[in-house]
Design a protein around this ligand. Structure first.
Ligand SMILES: [Zn+2]
Length: 320
């Protein structure tokens, strides 16, 4: 828990720090602040309710007690959701965008090293208590790109990510669990949910897996009628509800457990998913030494069991 986060006596003077003061201190004066007065809960997560494959989980971990959105923090309430894991755990961009601030306490007081990403259309995400930055201060980032390492900077009682979601302008925070859930992301660490008409790298993963299952699809990243029809056929063949939604029920049926030596479109799917998280692999369908190393690295930085086996747990992290 952090100071924004921690109501546990470590907050010190920061407790009295009001959000609008912190926002004013961001020093990005050219920004149109819109409703930057910090009107909590305004705006709505339904503006883009399509589970569209363009958002992803920023970090693996668990929700600490009292780390939820809206938890009381003295004179204000917690503006984000805390996700706890060890120092060095990978932190990924929740969606494509541009880094607009990177530094110390750049958005919310006493949250240490942080990054603000603008996603356009009034959407912003904030990542606090970071240990190490992995992108520049004005970088263009893709969804799932490794942007930083989790840390314990700022006022904390232990390492964790302080994650905020803003809609309708910077300062208009929404519950990240709801916001991400509306976009098909289980912030708690489960499988993603992808609906028809979605676009993104995770759709390419689905297309490659369906191809391996026997129905060749073009891996264009568009979950259109042809791909949806193929998924429905697959669901029917497995006795699942043929709704075309790839979520927690369908994913486990769709993925393969892969190890070194595997060869095929399922490996291309894994390589595509690894690349979404900055692996930089050639998508050649060959699970050789390089892919094996990439799987182990991914498992390591996400605090999964490191065995080089791309099984259900690793897959859920890859496509989450
Ligand atoms: Zn927090």
């Amino acid at each position: 828990m952090c100071d924004q986060c921690a109501g546990t006596g470590h907050a010190g003077n920061g407790r009295g720090l009001r959000r609008r003061t912190v926002l004013a201190g961001l020093g990005v004066g050219a920004l149109a602040w819109g409703v930057a007065g910090g009107v909590r809960g305004s705006g709505t997560a339904s503006a883009a309710s399509l589970k569209d494959a363009s958002w992803c989980n920023p970090a693996r971990g668990y929700f600490p007690d009292g780390g939820h959105f809206g938890a009381p923090r003295g004179s204000y309430s917690h503006a984000g959701q805390d996700i706890t894991n060890s120092v060095g755990t990978a932190v990924y961009a929740a969606a494509a965008g541009t880094v607009i601030a990177r530094g110390t306490n750049v958005l919310t007081g006493r949250t240490g090293y942080g990054i603000v990403i603008s996603h356009g259309s009034g959407y912003y995400t904030y990542y606090g208590h970071l240990n190490t930055f992995r992108v520049g201060s004005s970088a263009t980032v893709s969804a799932g790109q490794w942007i930083a390492d989790m840390g314990a900077t700022g006022n904390v009682t232990g390492p964790h990510l302080h994650f905020e979601t803003h809609a309708g302008g910077l300062g208009s925070v929404l519950d990240p669990v709801d916001f991400m859930g509306a976009r098909g992301v289980d912030l708690g660490g489960g499988w993603s949910t992808i609906d028809p008409e979605a676009r993104g790298e995770t759709v390419k993963v689905i297309q490659s897996l369906i191809t391996q299952r026997g129905t060749a699809l073009v891996t264009d990243g568009y979950y259109g009628p042809v791909s949806v029809s193929a998924v429905k056929d697959f669901q029917s063949s497995r006795g699942l509800v043929a709704d075309g939604q790839v979520g927690p029920v369908t994913w486990p049926e769709l993925v393969y457990t892969l190890t070194r030596g595997a060869d095929g479109d399922h490996v291309k799917a894994a390589q595509t998913a690894l690349n979404k998280h900055s692996a930089g692999l050639l998508v050649d369908g060959d699970f050789g030494a390089v892919t094996d190393s990439a799987v182990r690295d991914f498992q390591s930085v996400n605090r999964l069991y490191v065995d080089g086996v791309c099984g259900p747990v690793t897959w859920a992290a890859l496509v989450g």
